[in-house]
Ligand binder design. Sequence first.
Ligand code: SF4
Length: 458
Amino acid sequence: MTLTEKLLARAAGKAQVSAGENIWVSADVLMTHDVCGPGTIGVFKREFGASARVWDRQRVVIIPDHYIFTADSKSNRNVDLLREFAREQQLPYFYDVIDDPEGHWKFDPAKGLLKKQYGANYAGVCHTALPQKGHTRPGEVLFGTDSHTCMAGAFNQFATGIGNTDAGFVMGTGKLLIKVPETMHFRIEGRLQPGVMAKDIILHCIGEIGFDGATYRAMQFDGPGVASLSMDDRMTIANMAIEAGGKNGIFEFDARTQEFVEGRTRLNGTRSAFEPVLADADQKFAYEALIQLDTLEPTVACHPDPGQRRKAKELGHIKLDRAYVGSCTGGKTSDFVEFARVLRGRRVAIDTFGVPATPEIVHDLQTTRWGDKTVWQILEDAGVRMTENAGCAACLGGPVDTFGRMNQAGLKCISATNRNFPGRMGHKESQVFLASPATVAASALAGKITDPREYVAN
Ligand code: SF4
């Protein structure tokens, strides 16, 4: 069996499962956020009763992150609904944006869009926050009401996005009927060259198979090249499995996974026991590809979908209006460090936005020094508008007052985010080009799509 088949067999209490089989699996964690949480709660209450209790308080994680720092009252109301539900159910893992469980978040114009407007429990973007807060464990099943839930596959778990109806059912029962996906195998060898990042790996893979090339399939990443990839790198890759239509992305377990998970569960006092799933000798794959890291070059997915793969060096004719680094995929500490590596001592030529995924990342960037400056200062000195308000921000557009949102037709943005269908970051006639933080940085300096090796080699 493949990693996904083995893991699902265990979650179903079976010795063996095959691709295509429908099985009931037990969930280890259910995650929801402010966009889908209210709908999920509505389904749960409708089907299980107004006074029903969730199946396991310790296994429901609620992370408001999408439409948070906005004056839009409907968005604010969604977070209020989560707060009420968490209080009613006494959920220990509700990462509220404010500290007062009876209060309401309100935009503070004095702090504006750049200064922190959240309390001590706020966790930021759900997929990045889950591992930071100790909720990802090898061998487990994670369901989340968000398509990029697949990011947790970096930790050797089966993690997938589900709709509100399924999530309402999981909330009440802890179980879900799913079809075992076929597995596509991406064997990774070699080492990335300077200026090339994990984002380039996954944009390359999606370019190979197209934006629907992995529809309802598992994408398994393994091979000797994985050892050189950090957990952040693996998260970037697993995150975008859904951009090829994948059911999930999954990595093998190794010492790096173990160190990360043990550290985070200890730090947060979350469940620490886990049992990774290890590869069998007789895995059967529906597709096989060899990814040679040494040969990869900075890659861009052009408008209008993540499968429109081109090399950055071929796109110098595309002039840009703005650049954006942020999101679960591209707003991690390591992403901002690579962004800063290119921008250090230089000035951007176009509007450039930086949105860390979580408050912890804001703290990292404001305290990590590089010479006499912090990474945060280096980015601000380069002209990047850095906000402390960690969250999804303009990755999915959001209300019109969202930081970095593309509100005008015709704007072209190079972005470290993960999705670029029309209208994704705001106006339906704007265009998004997906790239690594290094490529975003080089392009922000030049005002046109640029291969970062032009700067990294200097
Ligand atoms: S950062 Fe973007 S992709 Fe990630 S959860 Fe938020 S909206 Fe979705």
